[in-house]
Structures are given as structure tokens and as C-alpha cells.
Write a protein of this length. Structure first.
Lengths: 193, 168
């Protein structure tokens, strides 16, 4: 599926751009996108390193383990088949996400995926991976700081008035995502091993 | 409030670590190394995705697609002015933020459009960036139902955004 999506994005963009006569901005855009990716990576690397370092200290303290243990009943049910180490990374990723600490969440999330990948040792996504990614993609942030700051900057009379609606909508999208995973897992994409 | 979180977390972690007699500096360096490695590991995937997403955005294909979807999404209760943010959200976080600013400029941040777009921004993530990145980390090639399920969640979030504002 990734092959198709990736190639499809390029094909649609290029063909549409050529039809509408945007060759110049295509050329400029694709190069700029590549440059932006490296710049973004450099920007992310600092935050990743800082957070991974701090979390490593917490891990040494045994705090991560205890936290994951507290969330164990939920984690086990949502991510069947994920090992203990992967479940710990998942727990840390979700907590960081809730507090809007994206820079702390991403390395933990990548770690969780890497561990799940090692466990399954195949190139087909497991049910636990799909569930983890869909929950991640549906956003579980409690306090949308960036949006509030932007609303304030745009001269809103009540910048934070969208907080409760955001909670509801991200809650709905997360629940729908979980339901979609459960339905599709059983009905359409049963894993053949 | 959020400016307090980071310093306090750092302080708390360090105090906790010292109490537990962890050699905090050495462990930090070890962890930081792993963080840098994961940043480097995602770079190829990042370049591939961002370069091609730029093609979709710059060619105007995404905007055209948003235009085609407008009648259906309007039926579902999402105001037309909030559609650009909704449509670009799965592809690019920074482009969606730029679009949100544009929505504020056109309609005002306290209009129905501006408020709906704000909520949409927080109800979903950058699907076509997060998923490939994470699957690359797990060395997974066949993603099965992950992307369709994420897109269903995204659409549900968009509709819920419009309705949550209407009810509250």
C-alpha cells in the first residue's frame, strides 16, 4: 500500500501540475520539500536526543516500568501480541502525546514500532501496530497549545474556547479509529501467517 | 501553563534519578545517542514523503480535490471555509497551520469557519507523514488496514469537529 500511495502522490501531483502548466512550481516544490525534510530532521534531532536522554533516566529509575504496569490492562487489550518492552514504549508515547510533547512522543513511538517489528520479524503489519498507529494518527492531545496561540495571534476574543470541542472531536476520532481497526481486522484484512 | 511543563519535568526527572542513585549524566548520553539515531533513521522516509507531498500541494491537485469533496462534506455539516484545513491536515502539519492562518484572515478566528478549522487542527494528525515514518521504523512493507482506518478516524474527527461546536 505504501508503494501505491507514495508513487500515486507524485503521479497525481506531476500530472495535475503539467495539465495546469505549473512546471516551475513543481520543480521548485519537490526540491524544496527534500530540503525541508533535512531541515526538519535537524530540528527534530535535538528534541529527540534531549527527550530520549531524559526518558532513559526515568527508565533506569524503574518509573516507566511501573507506569506501563498501571496501564497494563488497557495496553494488553488494545495491543495484543505486543511484548513488554514495546508496551512500555507505547505507554510513554501516549502520555507524551496527551501533554502535547510531540518531540518526546515520536522517538518513543518509533521505538515501540521498532520493537514490535523485531518481535514479528515479518514485513506485514501486525494488528497491534495498526491499532497503535491509528490511535496515534487520530491525535490524543489534551491541550492544543499551538492552535490556541495562533488564535490569540489572529486577534480572537476567546482563543481557548475551542478546547472542549477539540477534546470531543479528538475523542470521537480516536474511538472511531479503534472501532475501524477492530472491524477491519476481523472482517477484511485477516492476517495470514 | 505549558511553559511550566518542560522545566518542571526536567527538574523532576533529575531529582528522581539522583534519589534513585542513577548515574544521570551517563544514562542521559546513552539515551540521547539513541534519540539522534532515530532522527537519522527516519530521514530517508522524511525526504521521500515531504518531497512528494510538496508536489501534491504545489500543483494545486490537493486544492482541486478539496473543491470536489466540498459538496459532500458540506452535507455532513462541515462549513466550506474550514475544508482546506481539513483536506490538507493528513498530508502536512505545517501546510495545515498555514491554511488555518489563512482561514483566520478570511473569516476571522471567532467565525464558525475559523472555530471549526481550529478544532479540526487538533482532532487529527498528519497521517501520511506519521504512518510511513513509523512503519519504516518497524521495517514493515505491507500496512494492511492502517491507512484506511486512520482516514476513517480523520473523517469522523472532521464531522465531530463541526457538530461539537454546534452542540456546545
Amino acid at each position: 500500500m505504501m508503494n501505491w500511495i507514495w508513487a500515486g502522490m507524485a503521479a497525481v501531483g506531476i500530472i495535475w501540475g503539467l495539465i495546469t502548466g505549473q512546471q516551475a512550481s513543481l520543480t521548485q516544490g519537490v526540491l524544496q520539500g527534500a530540503v525541508d525534510a533535512v531541515a526538519l530532521c535537524v530540528k527534530l534531532a535535538g528534541g529527540f536526543a534531549l527527550w530520549s536522554g531524559l526518558l532513559a533516566i526515568l527508565e533506569q529509575c524503574g518509573a516507566v516500568e511501573r507506569l506501563a504496569k498501571a496501564a497494563e490492562p488497557l495496553l494488553r487489550r488494545l495491543f495484543p501480541g505486543a511484548g513488554l518492552a514495546a508496551r512500555q514504549s507505547i505507554a510513554m508515547n501516549m502520555i507524551a502525546n496527551m501533554f502535547g510533547l510531540g518531540n518526546a512522543a515520536t522517538p518513543q513511538g518509533l521505538d515501540a514500532m521498532r520493537r514490535m517489528g523485531l518481535e514479528s520479524s515479518s514485513d506485514i503489519a501486525t494488528d497491534a501496530m495498526c491499532m497503535f498507529l491509528v490511535i496515534n494518527a487520530s491525535s490524543i492531545q489534551l491541550f492544543p497549545t499551538t492552535v490556541i496561540a495562533m488564535r490569540a495571534a489572529a486577534g480572537s476574543a476567546a482563543p481557548a474556547s475551542i478546547v472542549s470541542a477539540t477534546l470531543i472531536s479528538s475523542g470521537v476520532s480516536t474511538l472511531v479509529g479503534i472501532a475501524a481497526c477492530l472491524i477491519m481486522r476481523n472482517a477484511l484484512w485477516r492476517r495470514r501467517v | 501553563m505549558t511553559d511550566l511543563v518542560l522545566p518542571l519535568v526536567i527538574l523532576g526527572v533529575l531529582i528522581f534519578g539522583m534519589i534513585r542513585r542513577v548515574s544521570v549524566y551517563d544514562v542521559f548520553l546513552e539515551g540521547a545517542k539513541k534519540g539522534l539515531q532515530s532522527a537519522v533513521n527516519v530521514l530517508p522516509c522524511l525526504v521521500g514523503m515531504l518531497a512528494f507531498i510538496a508536489l501534491l500541494v504545489k500543483s494545486g491537485a490537493l486544492a482541486a480535490f478539496a473543491g470536489w469533496c466540498a459538496p459532500v462534506l458540506r452535507r455532513l455539516g462541515i462549513p466550506e471555509g474550514a475544508l482546506p484545513v481539513l483536506m490538507i491536515r493528513p498530508f502536512s502539519g505545517s501546510a495545515a497551520l498555514a491554511m488555518l492562518d489563512e482561514t483566520f484572515r478570511l473569516y476571522g478566528p471567532d467565525s464558525v469557519e475559523g472555530r471549526t478549522a481550529s478544532v479540526i487542527m487538533g482532532s487529527s494528525e498528519t497521517i501520511f507523514y506519521t504512518l510511513p515514518l513509523y512503519f519504516a521504523a518497524a521495517k514493515v512493507k505491507r500496512s494492511r488496514y492502517a491507512i484506511p482506518a486512520a482516514l476513517i478516524a480523520w473523517l469522523a474527527g472532521g464531522i465531530a469537529s463541526a457538530w461539537a461546536l454546534r452542540i456546545l
